[in-house]
Design a binder for this molecule. Structure first.
Ligand SMILES: C[S@@+](CC[C@H](N)C(=O)[O-])C[C@H]1O[C@@H](n2cnc3c(N)ncnc32)[C@H](O)[C@@H]1O
Length: 633
């Protein structure tokens, strides 16, 4: 049963008992979240419904998570696909095998998956899987085959000395005879900057290399703001009378400047990406490693697995399929999971609701506002006063439900404090949480071609998860924003897309842009979800939608050159995987256009060309960020 069905049942039972009106009166008399939670926890209809549901859930949870048999059968499936050279299918079967695997079967599955990565010339993943196979007790009598593959991977990566320790004596002699080949490899190792004395003998050291190869978030364009460590010194936190807190520029900001780089305080991965993306950092991974206990999640590295376990996964391990199932198709579902994740992580900061409240009350201008602090998250607005009683009742039921769910194994009554903290976040997250999207791109062809060309038509944004980034959430909305954000895994980067003068406010866009949504729809949606009326320039001056926006007719020199540059950009977007360098050229080109249009006093905005270039620039930023090579073929 999902949450919606349960909520309907509770409402129905309350009506049947005839005390609906009385309950409604009592609930609306509650003035704090603690009172709301305590009241709902005392309702018999709620207890009965949860008990029935949790009883069923318990039975499912006791089902075994790991299975050597299942692991072996998926592995055979993988072997068959591999023999037929169906690379993606074979990796997918091995991934299934590894997620449910244990014992020797797991070691064999790692070893077999390493062979596919080897064929794909993905030396690092192959090497990591070989090491994991050894660590999980790969049979000694088969070891020589794996050692040879390990040596070849090390050789390919330029670790020549170390590769010798994996080869048999005969193979070393063979290699020594191929001096020419080795010299080439040495040149390659210099080119790659690989230090011959660096060690690649542990899973962790190999994984550090895997992480290094990813696109990493750019640096802030200036030094960090000591009071707002995820933002640069050119940004400060201020209070306004009508819009609450906001971010303001302390100096003129150029288009393209990176002003915020924020690691998620907490994040969740959407269910459909469980097998392709890291459950912890949200990066795509070709070969996930499993949780030690459950078979429900995969991680890009054992580093992410261990961090996740220490931070929150130990509390929800084994419950995840059920949690996903219960919150599926519910509009608060994602926020429910994200709120739960935040609370589980906050448990480590050992912060009570009272302490969080007092930390939150200090999170204003002139004090430290650190993304890693639970107090920063707790301070985000929830618009409680504007919410209807029905809305609050539903969120309270969800908070109590999630608390009961997570505490069910402990045989205790649900904890009021935890449910209260959840209720607080369930109100603030719809106004503050961010979607994490990466551009989905085609998988590299099989085997992987290093210089594959990517065309613009082949990419599209793909929502892989949700996250809470307290500093990014300090930005208010404008229908004509001056920044855009893109994600590097679970790190959000905010870049300027319109010139911002010193003292001006930095405005994000909450999904309703003047060029794509008409004013009536924007105001309606912003009012419903964020509880404010927008008074930005496009709203006050009734700017038209893109199609009705004037063109730069009298400046045909600009518009002709621009049309040509945009066409060229569309044809040749980026090289995979060395796109970012090429993209920087495009960023400079299109930033120049925006600058010219903005500084030309004879041009009155809005004009179509400006909107178009901004879109292309946003695309450049997204293409330089994390890509998810999946889904599209
Ligand atoms: C993501 S938060 C922005 C930061 C918030 N002002 C604060 O004090 O923490 C979103 C909330 O800020 C307020 N807000 C955002 N943009 C606004 C705007 N243009 N005008 C008025 N209020 C706005 C609304 O209350 C909205 O629910």
């Amino acid at each position: 049963m999902n949450f919606d069905a349960m909520f309907l049942k509770i409402s129905h039972d309350l009506r049947k008992m005839g005390d609906g009106r009385e309950i409604s009166n009592c609930f609306s008399g509650c003035s704090t979240d603690t009172q709301r939670v305590s009241f709902v926890m005392g309702l018999e209809a709620v207890k009965a419904c949860f008990q029935e549901h949790l009883h069923l859930a318990k039975q499912e949870i006791s089902a075994p998570c790991k299975s050597e048999n299942l692991c072996a059968s998926h592995c055979v499936e993988g072997d068959n696909y591999h023999k037929k050279k169906l690379i993606r299918k074979s990796i997918s079967s091995y991934n299934h095998s590894i997620l449910v695997g244990e014992g020797e079967a797991l070691a064999l599955a790692y070893a077999n998956r390493s062979a596919v990565f080897y064929d794909m010339a993905d030396w690092l993943h192959s090497l990591r899987d070989i090491q994991l196979a050894f660590d999980h007790g790969y049979p000694r009598h088969l070891e020589h085959k794996l050692r040879e593959r390990q040596g070849n991977c090390l050789l390919e990566l330029g670790y020549i000395g170390q590769s010798f320790t994996s080869f048999s004596l005969q193979k070393v002699v063979d290699i020594a005879l191929k001096l020419k080949q080795i010299k080439n490899k040495q040149k390659k190792s210099k080119k790659l900057g690989v230090e011959e004395n660096a060690s690649m003998s542990t899973v962790k050291s190999i994984e550090q290399e895997i992480i290094k190869k990813r696109r990493s978030a750019p640096d802030l364009h200036h030094a960090k703001n000591p009071l707002l460590p995820s933002a640069s010194v050119s940004v400060e936190l201020m209070e306004t009378a009508d819009r609450g807190r906001c971010l303001v520029a302390t100096e003129d900001l150029q288009i393209g400047a990176t002003i915020i780089v924020e690691k998620a305080h907490a994040s969740i991965l959407l269910e459909e990406f469980k097998e392709s993306h890291c459950y912890h950092c949200l990066h795509w991974t070709p070969g996930p490693v499993p949780c030690h206990q459950c078979s429900q999640v995969g991680f890009c590295t054992t580093l992410c697995r261990d961090e996740s376990w220490a931070s929150y996964h130990q509390y929800e391990c084994g419950l995840l399929d059920l949690l996903y199932r219960c919150t599926r198709d519910v509009n608060t579902g994602q926020h429910g999971l994200l709120a739960l994740r935040t609370i589980l992580k906050a448990g480590r900061q050992k912060m009570s609701v009272e302490q969080a409240k007092s930390a939150a009350s200090r999170s204003s201008a002139g004090t430290l506002f650190d993304s890693a602090d639970y107090g920063a998250v707790y301070s985000l607005v929830g618009n409680t006063a504007q919410r209807s009683e029905a809305d609050l009742f539903r969120r309270t039921i969800m908070a109590v439900y999630l608390t009961s769910f997570i505490q069910q194994g402990e045989g205790k009554e649900p904890d009021v404090e935890m449910a209260t903290a959840l209720l607080h976040l369930l109100q603030s997250y719809p106004c503050n949480a961010h979607e994490i999207s990466h551009l989905a791109v085609p998988l590299p062809s099989e085997p992987c071609s290093q210089s594959q060309l990517l065309q613009l038509q082949q990419v599209r944004p793909c929502e892989v998860g949700a996250a809470i980034m307290p500093v990014v959430s300090l930005m208010n909305h404008s229908c004509n924003p001056n920044v855009v954000h893109v994600s590097y895994g679970d790190v959000m980067v905010v870049r300027v897309i319109r010139r911002i003068l010193q003292g001006e406010e930095i405005f994000d866009n909450y999904g309703y842009h003047y060029a794509t949504h008409d004013k009536r729809e924007r105001q309606l949606k912003l009012g419903q979800q964020y509880f404010f009326r927008c008074y930005c320039q496009p709203c006050i001056k009734d700017w038209p939608l893109y199609g009705d926006t004037p063109k730069l007719d009298k400046k045909s020199d600009i518009s002709d050159a621009l049309a040509k540059d945009i066409n060229d950009f569309k044809r040749l977007v980026c090289y995979y995987p060395d796109g970012p360098a090429k993209l920087e050229e495009s960023v400079r080109l299109f930033t120049g256009y925006l600058d010219n249009i903005e500084s030309d006093r004879s041009i009155r905005l809005p004009v179509q060309e400006f909107i178009k270039v901004q879109e292309v620039l946003k695309h450049c930023f997204a293409l330089s960020a994390t890509l998810s090579p999946h889904l599209l073929v």
